[in-house]
Design a protein around this ligand. Structure first.
Ligand code: NAD
Length: 264
Protein backbone atom coordinates (compact mmCIF):
# COMPACT_ATOMS: atom_id res chain seq x y z
CA UNK A 1 0.00 0.00 0.00
CA UNK A 2 1.35 3.43 -0.90
CA UNK A 3 0.96 6.00 1.83
CA UNK A 4 0.66 9.54 0.43
CA UNK A 5 1.73 12.14 2.90
CA UNK A 6 1.09 15.86 2.44
CA UNK A 7 3.77 17.57 0.38
CA UNK A 8 5.51 20.60 1.87
CA UNK A 9 6.81 23.61 -0.05
CA UNK A 10 8.73 26.76 0.78
CA UNK A 11 7.72 29.57 -1.59
CA UNK A 12 9.82 32.75 -1.70
CA UNK A 13 8.39 36.01 -3.02
CA UNK A 14 5.00 34.61 -2.02
CA UNK A 15 3.38 37.95 -1.15
CA UNK A 16 2.82 39.05 -4.74
CA UNK A 17 2.93 38.20 -8.39
CA UNK A 18 4.33 34.87 -9.53
CA UNK A 19 5.25 33.65 -6.02
CA UNK A 20 1.73 34.32 -4.82
CA UNK A 21 0.32 32.42 -7.81
CA UNK A 22 2.64 29.47 -7.08
CA UNK A 23 1.55 29.41 -3.43
CA UNK A 24 -2.10 29.53 -4.54
CA UNK A 25 -1.56 26.65 -6.98
CA UNK A 26 0.20 24.54 -4.33
CA UNK A 27 -2.57 25.28 -1.81
CA UNK A 28 -5.11 23.96 -4.33
CA UNK A 29 -3.02 20.78 -4.54
CA UNK A 30 -3.14 20.42 -0.74
CA UNK A 31 0.50 21.27 0.03
CA UNK A 32 1.56 22.60 3.43
CA UNK A 33 3.31 25.92 2.86
CA UNK A 34 6.04 28.11 4.27
CA UNK A 35 5.61 31.54 2.68
CA UNK A 36 8.70 33.79 2.75
CA UNK A 37 8.79 37.46 1.72
CA UNK A 38 9.96 40.92 2.81
CA UNK A 39 6.47 42.40 2.39
CA UNK A 40 4.86 41.64 5.75
CA UNK A 41 1.28 42.92 5.31
CA UNK A 42 0.84 41.46 1.84
CA UNK A 43 2.29 38.11 2.97
CA UNK A 44 -0.03 37.84 5.95
CA UNK A 45 -3.00 38.56 3.66
CA UNK A 46 -1.93 35.75 1.28
CA UNK A 47 -1.48 33.38 4.24
CA UNK A 48 -4.98 34.14 5.52
CA UNK A 49 -6.35 33.59 2.06
CA UNK A 50 -4.67 30.21 1.54
CA UNK A 51 -4.85 28.55 4.96
CA UNK A 52 -7.52 25.84 5.04
CA UNK A 53 -8.25 22.42 6.47
CA UNK A 54 -6.06 20.87 3.77
CA UNK A 55 -3.25 23.49 3.77
CA UNK A 56 -1.27 24.56 6.80
CA UNK A 57 0.50 27.90 6.23
CA UNK A 58 3.45 29.40 8.07
CA UNK A 59 4.86 32.83 7.20
CA UNK A 60 8.43 34.07 7.53
CA UNK A 61 9.15 37.76 7.04
CA UNK A 62 12.68 38.30 5.79
CA UNK A 63 14.97 38.72 2.83
CA UNK A 64 16.44 35.98 0.67
CA UNK A 65 19.57 38.16 0.55
CA UNK A 66 20.15 37.39 4.25
CA UNK A 67 21.64 34.03 5.25
CA UNK A 68 20.15 34.45 8.72
CA UNK A 69 16.65 35.07 7.32
CA UNK A 70 16.99 32.06 5.00
CA UNK A 71 18.03 29.95 8.00
CA UNK A 72 14.90 31.15 9.86
CA UNK A 73 12.73 30.10 6.91
CA UNK A 74 14.35 26.66 6.85
CA UNK A 75 13.87 26.25 10.60
CA UNK A 76 10.21 27.25 10.26
CA UNK A 77 9.73 24.44 7.74
CA UNK A 78 11.50 21.94 9.98
CA UNK A 79 9.58 23.01 13.09
CA UNK A 80 6.14 23.19 11.45
CA UNK A 81 6.24 20.33 8.95
CA UNK A 82 9.34 18.27 9.80
CA UNK A 83 10.99 19.02 6.45
CA UNK A 84 10.40 20.15 2.87
CA UNK A 85 9.71 18.48 -0.46
CA UNK A 86 9.86 21.57 -2.68
CA UNK A 87 11.60 24.94 -2.82
CA UNK A 88 9.96 27.38 -5.24
CA UNK A 89 12.21 30.44 -5.34
CA UNK A 90 10.59 33.48 -6.91
CA UNK A 91 11.75 36.50 -4.89
CA UNK A 92 13.35 38.97 -7.24
CA UNK A 93 13.72 42.65 -8.02
CA UNK A 94 13.91 44.59 -11.27
CA UNK A 95 16.30 47.54 -11.58
CA UNK A 96 17.34 49.36 -14.71
CA UNK A 97 20.72 50.55 -15.99
CA UNK A 98 23.28 50.17 -18.75
CA UNK A 99 26.99 49.53 -18.35
CA UNK A 100 27.42 53.30 -18.10
CA UNK A 101 24.61 53.97 -15.63
CA UNK A 102 24.74 50.89 -13.38
CA UNK A 103 26.71 51.83 -10.29
CA UNK A 104 28.21 49.31 -7.92
CA UNK A 105 25.40 49.71 -5.35
CA UNK A 106 22.71 48.86 -7.92
CA UNK A 107 24.73 45.89 -9.23
CA UNK A 108 25.19 44.57 -5.67
CA UNK A 109 21.52 45.09 -4.80
CA UNK A 110 20.30 43.12 -7.82
CA UNK A 111 22.86 40.35 -7.42
CA UNK A 112 22.24 40.03 -3.66
CA UNK A 113 18.54 39.23 -4.21
CA UNK A 114 18.34 37.71 -7.69
CA UNK A 115 21.42 35.48 -7.61
CA UNK A 116 22.96 35.28 -4.14
CA UNK A 117 19.43 34.96 -2.71
CA UNK A 118 18.87 31.87 -4.87
CA UNK A 119 22.10 30.35 -3.55
CA UNK A 120 21.37 31.27 0.08
CA UNK A 121 17.83 29.90 0.18
CA UNK A 122 18.87 26.73 -1.69
CA UNK A 123 21.73 26.18 0.74
CA UNK A 124 19.49 26.75 3.75
CA UNK A 125 16.98 24.06 2.71
CA UNK A 126 19.10 21.56 0.78
CA UNK A 127 19.45 19.03 3.64
CA UNK A 128 15.66 18.82 3.97
CA UNK A 129 15.18 18.58 0.20
CA UNK A 130 17.77 15.77 0.04
CA UNK A 131 16.07 13.93 2.88
CA UNK A 132 12.75 14.09 0.99
CA UNK A 133 14.38 13.41 -2.42
CA UNK A 134 12.51 16.54 -3.42
CA UNK A 135 13.01 19.29 -5.95
CA UNK A 136 13.88 22.96 -6.43
CA UNK A 137 12.40 25.33 -9.00
CA UNK A 138 14.02 28.74 -9.51
CA UNK A 139 12.31 31.67 -11.24
CA UNK A 140 14.67 32.74 -14.01
CA UNK A 141 13.64 34.86 -17.02
CA UNK A 142 14.02 35.05 -20.77
CA UNK A 143 16.64 37.59 -19.72
CA UNK A 144 18.70 34.63 -18.53
CA UNK A 145 19.13 33.68 -22.21
CA UNK A 146 19.07 37.04 -24.02
CA UNK A 147 18.85 40.67 -22.99
CA UNK A 148 16.90 43.85 -23.57
CA UNK A 149 18.52 47.26 -23.43
CA UNK A 150 19.11 48.83 -20.04
CA UNK A 151 18.88 45.78 -17.77
CA UNK A 152 22.56 44.99 -17.30
CA UNK A 153 22.56 43.76 -13.69
CA UNK A 154 19.17 42.01 -13.93
CA UNK A 155 20.09 40.15 -17.10
CA UNK A 156 23.56 39.21 -15.82
CA UNK A 157 22.05 37.88 -12.57
CA UNK A 158 19.40 35.85 -14.43
CA UNK A 159 22.09 34.38 -16.71
CA UNK A 160 23.91 33.43 -13.50
CA UNK A 161 20.74 31.83 -12.16
CA UNK A 162 20.54 29.57 -15.21
CA UNK A 163 24.09 28.47 -14.36
CA UNK A 164 23.10 27.86 -10.74
CA UNK A 165 20.20 25.66 -11.88
CA UNK A 166 22.44 23.56 -14.11
CA UNK A 167 25.33 23.26 -11.63
CA UNK A 168 23.13 22.40 -8.65
CA UNK A 169 21.12 19.91 -10.73
CA UNK A 170 24.36 18.08 -11.49
CA UNK A 171 25.60 18.21 -7.91
CA UNK A 172 22.28 17.04 -6.41
CA UNK A 173 21.37 14.37 -8.97
CA UNK A 174 23.07 11.48 -7.20
CA UNK A 175 20.93 12.22 -4.14
CA UNK A 176 17.70 12.01 -6.13
CA UNK A 177 17.07 15.76 -6.04
CA UNK A 178 15.93 17.59 -9.18
CA UNK A 179 16.70 21.28 -9.80
CA UNK A 180 14.99 23.23 -12.57
CA UNK A 181 14.06 26.76 -13.55
CA UNK A 182 11.31 28.59 -15.37
CA UNK A 183 12.09 31.43 -17.76
CA UNK A 184 9.03 33.62 -18.30
CA UNK A 185 8.66 36.36 -20.84
CA UNK A 186 6.60 39.27 -19.51
CA UNK A 187 4.13 38.35 -16.78
CA UNK A 188 1.27 40.53 -15.57
CA UNK A 189 2.38 41.10 -11.97
CA UNK A 190 2.95 44.13 -9.71
CA UNK A 191 6.58 44.15 -10.96
CA UNK A 192 5.52 44.54 -14.61
CA UNK A 193 2.71 46.97 -13.74
CA UNK A 194 5.23 49.19 -11.88
CA UNK A 195 7.50 49.25 -14.94
CA UNK A 196 4.60 50.14 -17.22
CA UNK A 197 3.27 52.82 -14.86
CA UNK A 198 6.69 54.49 -14.81
CA UNK A 199 6.90 54.76 -18.63
CA UNK A 200 6.26 58.07 -20.42
CA UNK A 201 3.41 56.41 -22.39
CA UNK A 202 2.16 53.42 -20.35
CA UNK A 203 -0.48 52.37 -22.90
CA UNK A 204 2.04 52.31 -25.73
CA UNK A 205 4.44 50.27 -23.59
CA UNK A 206 1.66 47.81 -22.70
CA UNK A 207 0.93 47.32 -26.43
CA UNK A 208 4.66 46.92 -27.14
CA UNK A 209 4.96 44.28 -24.40
CA UNK A 210 2.08 42.34 -25.96
CA UNK A 211 3.65 42.55 -29.41
CA UNK A 212 6.99 41.22 -28.11
CA UNK A 213 5.28 37.86 -27.57
CA UNK A 214 4.05 36.00 -30.68
CA UNK A 215 1.03 34.93 -28.59
CA UNK A 216 0.24 38.65 -28.44
CA UNK A 217 0.09 39.29 -24.70
CA UNK A 218 2.00 38.92 -21.46
CA UNK A 219 1.43 35.80 -19.37
CA UNK A 220 -0.88 35.62 -16.40
CA UNK A 221 0.95 34.67 -13.20
CA UNK A 222 -1.10 31.43 -13.01
CA UNK A 223 0.32 30.37 -16.38
CA UNK A 224 3.80 30.46 -14.85
CA UNK A 225 2.69 28.85 -11.58
CA UNK A 226 1.25 25.82 -13.36
CA UNK A 227 4.63 25.14 -14.98
CA UNK A 228 6.39 25.49 -11.62
CA UNK A 229 3.89 23.01 -10.18
CA UNK A 230 4.58 20.59 -13.05
CA UNK A 231 8.35 20.80 -12.55
CA UNK A 232 7.91 20.26 -8.80
CA UNK A 233 5.66 17.25 -9.33
CA UNK A 234 6.35 13.58 -10.01
CA UNK A 235 5.05 14.18 -13.56
CA UNK A 236 8.47 15.76 -14.16
CA UNK A 237 10.40 12.97 -12.43
CA UNK A 238 13.06 12.78 -15.18
CA UNK A 239 13.35 16.54 -15.77
CA UNK A 240 16.38 18.14 -14.12
CA UNK A 241 18.89 20.83 -15.04
CA UNK A 242 16.24 22.35 -17.33
CA UNK A 243 15.20 26.00 -17.53
CA UNK A 244 11.86 25.92 -19.28
CA UNK A 245 10.87 28.94 -21.36
CA UNK A 246 7.29 30.04 -20.78
CA UNK A 247 7.37 33.05 -23.04
CA UNK A 248 4.55 32.86 -25.60
CA UNK A 249 7.19 31.95 -28.24
CA UNK A 250 9.17 35.15 -27.63
CA UNK A 251 12.63 33.59 -27.91
CA UNK A 252 11.57 31.29 -30.75
CA UNK A 253 11.23 34.26 -33.06
CA UNK A 254 13.88 35.95 -35.13
CA UNK A 255 13.06 39.12 -37.02
CA UNK A 256 11.78 39.33 -40.58
CA UNK A 257 9.09 37.64 -42.64
CA UNK A 258 10.70 36.33 -45.86
CA UNK A 259 7.51 34.83 -47.35
CA UNK A 260 5.58 38.09 -47.02
CA UNK A 261 8.57 40.01 -48.36
CA UNK A 262 8.76 37.74 -51.44
CA UNK A 263 5.06 38.30 -52.27
CA UNK A 264 5.23 42.07 -51.95
N1 NAD B 1 6.86 39.91 -14.08
C1 NAD B 1 7.63 39.58 -15.11
O1 NAD B 1 7.41 40.04 -16.26
C2 NAD B 1 8.78 38.61 -14.92
C3 NAD B 1 9.36 38.07 -16.07
C4 NAD B 1 10.42 37.17 -15.94
C5 NAD B 1 10.86 36.81 -14.68
N2 NAD B 1 10.28 37.35 -13.58
C6 NAD B 1 10.82 36.93 -12.28
O2 NAD B 1 9.78 36.35 -11.51
C7 NAD B 1 10.05 36.56 -10.12
C8 NAD B 1 8.81 37.15 -9.49
O3 NAD B 1 8.53 38.40 -10.13
P1 NAD B 1 7.12 39.12 -10.05
O4 NAD B 1 6.86 39.73 -11.36
O5 NAD B 1 6.13 38.24 -9.39
O6 NAD B 1 7.54 40.32 -9.05
P2 NAD B 1 6.70 41.09 -7.95
O7 NAD B 1 7.48 42.32 -7.63
O8 NAD B 1 5.30 41.24 -8.41
O9 NAD B 1 6.78 40.08 -6.73
C9 NAD B 1 8.05 39.75 -6.18
C10 NAD B 1 7.90 39.36 -4.73
O10 NAD B 1 9.22 39.12 -4.22
C11 NAD B 1 9.33 39.79 -2.96
N3 NAD B 1 10.73 40.12 -2.71
C12 NAD B 1 11.48 41.07 -3.31
N4 NAD B 1 12.70 41.08 -2.79
C13 NAD B 1 12.72 40.13 -1.82
C14 NAD B 1 13.71 39.67 -0.93
N5 NAD B 1 14.93 40.22 -0.89
N6 NAD B 1 13.41 38.64 -0.10
C15 NAD B 1 12.18 38.08 -0.11
N7 NAD B 1 11.19 38.49 -0.92
C16 NAD B 1 11.47 39.50 -1.77
C17 NAD B 1 8.44 41.01 -3.11
O11 NAD B 1 8.08 41.58 -1.85
C18 NAD B 1 7.27 40.45 -3.87
O12 NAD B 1 6.30 39.91 -3.01
C19 NAD B 1 11.28 37.45 -10.05
O13 NAD B 1 12.41 36.65 -9.83
C20 NAD B 1 11.34 38.08 -11.42
O14 NAD B 1 12.65 38.43 -11.78
C21 NAD B 1 9.24 38.24 -13.67
Amino acid sequence: MTIHRTRRALVTGAAKGIGRAVATHFAREGYDLVLFDVAEDALEAVAQDLASDSTRVVTVIGSVASAADCARAAKAAQDAFGGLDVLSHNAGIQRYGTLETTDEALWDEVFSVNLKGAYLISRAVIDMIVEARGSIVHMASVQGFASQEGVLAYSAAKHGLVGLVRASAIDCAAKGVRVNGVAPGSVDTPMLRATVAGAPDPEALWREIGAMHPLGRPARAEEIASVVAFLASDAASFVSGEVLRVDGAMLARIGGSPEKGAKE
